[in-house]
Design a protein around this ligand. Structure first.
Ligand code: HEC
Length: 181
């Protein structure tokens, strides 16, 4: 067996090289193919993770209502408790625009509630996000001012800014968000 193998490889040195070259080409194209599919699923995974991350970002903002609403209602009279909560929203709101790259809506990620209107009306979407950055910034200022009436008034304006994209309650839909089924 080994003799036959040796004689074959020495006799056909050119054809052997040809086979090698062919094999090499096959291997590289196979590797490219693998690389290509790997890149696609990596992109999918990245988009899935991004959607999860931005939903968490939204939830983080929503979570601060637990602290802010009792202060608005006067159930908690310690206005300074509102400072870290308002700061959390303000910081999170700055990340909204970057959290919505094109191709990350429900059409691509079924778990997402993002409507394609976001990208069709991007200027409006961006303006709604910027409005939230601005109004949550003013909410931080109002919380720091120690003036609870000013804080109450700004809270209303701030909460309405969430409605720039959706109706507010987490189940609700809106212009840019599907209702939760
Ligand atoms: C610039 C538009 C915009 C603004 C402003 C905005 N949201 Fe959202 N929000 C969205 C979109 C779009 C989704 C759906 C994201 C997805 O599922 O991919 C969402 C989702 C949510 C969710 C659901 C998360 C989940 O688990 O599905 C909550 C809660 C939420 N937002 C709270 C808020 C609160 C509170 C505010 C105001 C402080 C706010 N949002 C302001 C666009 C916005």
């Amino acid at each position: 067996m080994s003799i036959a193998k040796e004689s074959r490889s020495t006799s056909g040195i050119f054809s052997g090289a040809g086979v090698m070259a062919k094999r090499f080409l096959m291997l590289t194209s196979f590797a490219l193919l693998l690389g290509g599919t790997a890149a696609v699923s990596y992109a999918d995974e990245k988009t899935d993770a991004l959607v999860k991350e931005r939903q968490d970002l939204m939830k983080k903002m929503g979570g601060t209502f637990k602290v802010l609403v009792p202060i608005v209602k006067g159930e908690n009279t310690n206005l300074s408790d509102a400072v870290p909560a308002a700061t959390t929203v303000h910081e999170a709101s700055k990340g909204i625009v970057a959290a919505f790259p094109e191709g990350s809506g429900r059409d691509e990620v079924p778990e997402s509630r993002a409507k394609r209107e976001i990208w069709l009306q991007w200027a409006e979407f961006e303006a709604a996000a910027e409005k939230l950055v601005e109004e949550s910034g003013k909410l931080v200022d109002a919380a720091e001012s120690g003036d609870v009436e000013a804080f109450r008034a700004q809270f209303k304006v701030y909460a309405a800014a969430c409605g720039g994209c959706h109706e507010g309650p987490s189940k609700s839909g809106g212009k840019f968000r599907f209702e939760r089924e």
